[in-house]
Design a protein around this ligand. Structure first.
Ligand SMILES: Cc1ncc(COP(=O)(O)O)c(C=O)c1O
Length: 392
């Protein structure tokens, strides 16, 4: 088929970024602390306003945001942190980096936290880190209710959830901290980068200092003096700051966020509707509390034998569509059994079953409806080929 959509390419950076970048290049003013009102501070102020939190701290990645959030909670050496078993390898890595122990929770065929397993493990952990993996929101009503009951802090990994809401409130604003990513495959892209948000002035002062606000550079942040003075010189400086160039690039995209969310949702829903017509595909429903902001689609293969699953993957990739099955490719960073660095090993049959059948295709907001229809058509064609081969 002609015109195979390019699912790897990001949205172009808006022209408005160029003026500010030119200015930064001509002055060489790339460090956030050179001037009082930097591009990074602008971004933090705009982001906090957009997402509805009191404070935002721009950092070098979402992984850095997760690490700093864990450090700020002061959980202690070898504290146990519950995470979903379906997430990206950087998430358990951030937990290990903070000298804590990841406790893996089962995820269901809908990619979300399995609440039964969550409840079984909750009393044995010191904190909860919810990755809304690929933008699929876990049941925040239940999670927050039980974490409140046990007075457990919650960090939200909203790397794929910028613009997603739960009962009208932005994902990333429910726990003590929310963490976002600006890596290239996200709705706002600066190649690398992240944002940490919170409503707590004391936690905010801690993460600002630890991100690398040495001496009195905390004055060039949002936040209140009394809290910064409290933590002055008491915390290590991990130097995980964002630079002005990256901030200018994200800032220029922020006004387009709503449009990208809308386009991403449209692209997802049209593709999901077409795929759902197949007897070999199941696209899990979203929660009714959830308004999603997808930049990709996930669906489960049903009624295919393991060799057919492999064959399907080969056929669709040969057609030019980049589709991965998380549990199939060697060393996939989203398959928990590849996280050999974990201090404790897990066997999680529900998550394993899901990962062996869950397909993943990027659907960047810039794709047209026709692109999405073509992608869905090719997936259905690949399935027909596999099933006809078997019938023959
Ligand atoms: C669910 C999830 N959390 C965290 C991260 C880490 O983000 P970053 O690359 O900005 O560190 C990723 C990366 O894609 C991710 O998929």
């Amino acid at each position: 088929m002609n015109n195979i959509p390019n699912t790897s390419q990001a949205d172009p950076i808006p022209e408005t970024a160029r003026l500010e970048i030119e200015e930064l290049l001509s002055t060489g003013d790339l460090f956030r602390y050179t001037n009082e009102q930097s591009a990074v501070l602008n971004l933090e102020q705009n982001f906090a306003l957009r997402i509805g939190t009191s404070y935002a701290l721009a950092v070098s990645s979402c992984s850095a945001a997760l690490f700093l959030a864990l450090k700020a909670l002061n959980l202690g050496e070898k504290a146990r942190v519950l995470i979903p078993a379906f997430t990206f390898g950087a998430v358990p890595s951030a937990v290990v980096h903070a000298n804590c122990v990841p406790v893996l929770c089962e995820c269901g065929m809908d990619y979300r936290i399995d609440i039964d397993d969550f409840l079984c493990k909750l009393e044995s952990v010191d904190a909860v880190l919810i990755s809304h993996m690929r933008g699929h929101t876990s049941d925040m009503d239940k999670i927050l209710f039980h974490c409140d009951r046990l007075e457990l802090p919650v960090i939200e990994d909203a790397a794929h959830s910028l613009g997603t809401t739960w009962k009208g409130k932005n994902i990333g604003t429910f726990g003590q901290f929310g963490c976002f990513s600006f890596q290239s495959y996200k709705l706002l892209n600066s190649g690398e980068g992240g944002m940490l948000v919170t409503d707590d002035p004391d936690y905010f002062a801690k993460v600002v200092v630890m991100s690398g606000a040495y001496e009195h550079n905390w004055k060039k942040h949002q936040g209140e003096k009394e809290f910064f003075e409290k933590w002055q010189n008491l915390l290590p400086l991990f130097n995980m700051r964002l630079n002005n160039l990256s901030a200018a690039i994200v800032n220029a995209q922020l006004p387009y966020l709503n449009q990208r969310v809308e386009n991403g949702r449209r692209n997802h829903d049209i593709t999901a509707a077409k795929l759902s017509g197949s007897e070999w595909i199941h696209v899990p429903e979203k929660f009714e509390q959830e308004a999603r902001a997808p930049d990709s689609i996930q669906f489960n293969l049903i009624g295919l034998t393991p060799p057919e699953v492999v064959q399907f993957c080969d056929v669709i990739n040969a057609m030019g569509i980049k589709l991965q099955i998380f549990g199939l490719s060697k060393d996939n960073a989203r398959a928990y059994w590849n996280w050999d660095f974990l201090p404790e090993k897990y066997n999680l049959p529900k998550t394993r079953e899901m990962l062996r059948n869950a397909c993943d295709v990027r659907l960047p907001a810039r794709l047209s409806l026709n692109d999405c229809k073509n992608i869905a058509e090719m997936i259905l064609e690949a399935l027909r080929q596999v099933k006809n081969d078997v019938a023959a």
